[in-house]
Ligand binder design. Structure first.
Ligand code: PGA
Length: 244
């Protein structure tokens, strides 16, 4: 494994989630009022459940500032498919983190470009991210930075790739209901995080994890850019880690 990577391959989803929660909690214990970057998707749910169990016992998640990677566009906050709804349900409400301490790009912004510019300013004003949690798409995306001939540094609006629309359709009534765009943090805010915590679970992620960690650094596999980050912790279950 690359020098700047720490790799944990755990037995199953539960152990992956516990490991990731412990790593995250120890970062928060060192900097209880720092800014932390969160991700949505099926992968981090177990980790968030662990953090909820750990809240108050071993650490306090109510003093942090939260920034999420991305949000669908357009979407209403109250839509159960919105990432705002997801974070409130799995993490913010159960740990008691006030919504005023949380930041997610607004899927309902009238001026999405202004929303993007503003989002980067907020991350900067918070002093950057102590740790960014990431999942990975089977196509190698992080956030909604999709494989392409170029990637963007700043928070930006992005059309979703066909493969992402298909993958995310499982959460919607039909594929037509998946929003066609998103607002996502760009590569700069992700790469400037002091530490990256990348999670992957299941067979479907095994190939892409190998490409991300050992393959060429290419915009066609956005996660491969993490090879250039100085402090990456990767936690997988056995299935997603089988080629590492
Ligand atoms: P998943 O999504 O955790 O639902 O697999 C990961 C991603 O697309 O980033």
């Amino acid at each position: 494994v690359l020098k700047n990577f720490t790799l944990f391959i755990e037995k199953d989803y539960n152990e992956m989630s516990q490991r990731a929660a412990n790593i995250f909690a120890s970062a928060v214990s060192k900097n209880p009022s720092g800014a932390y970057g969160f991700a949505t998707g099926s992968t981090p749910i177990g980790m968030y459940e662990e953090l909820v169990k750990m809240q108050n016992k071993s650490f306090d998640l109510t003093k942090i500032t939260a920034f999420n990677l991305d949000e669908y566009y357009p979407i209403n906050q109250h839509d159960p498919q919105s990432y705002f709804f997801f974070m409130k349900k799995y993490l913010f409400d159960p740990v008691g983190l006030p919504i005023s301490s949380t930041n997610i790009p607004s899927g309902a912004a009238n001026d999405p470009v202004a929303e993007c510019v503003n989002y980067d300013k907020k991350i900067e004003a918070a002093g950057g991210l102590c740790m960014q949690i990431l999942g990975i798409g089977a196509n190698g995306h992080i956030g909604f930075n999709e494989p392409a001939s170029e990637l963007f540094a700043s928070t930006h609006c992005v059309p979703l790739s066909e493969s992402t629309i298909t993958a995310n359709a499982r959460n919607f009534a039909s594929q037509e209901d998946v929003p066609r765009s998103a607002i996502t943090m760009g590569m700069h805010s992700i790469m400037m995080a002091k530490q990256i915590l990348l999670l992957a679970s299941g067979d479907g992620k095994a190939e892409i994890m190998k490409k991300a960690i050992y393959g060429p650094i290419t915009t066609e596999v956005p996660a491969s850019l993490l090879q250039l980050h100085h402090n990456v912790t990767v936690v997988t279950d056995a299935a997603a880690g089988k080629l590492l």
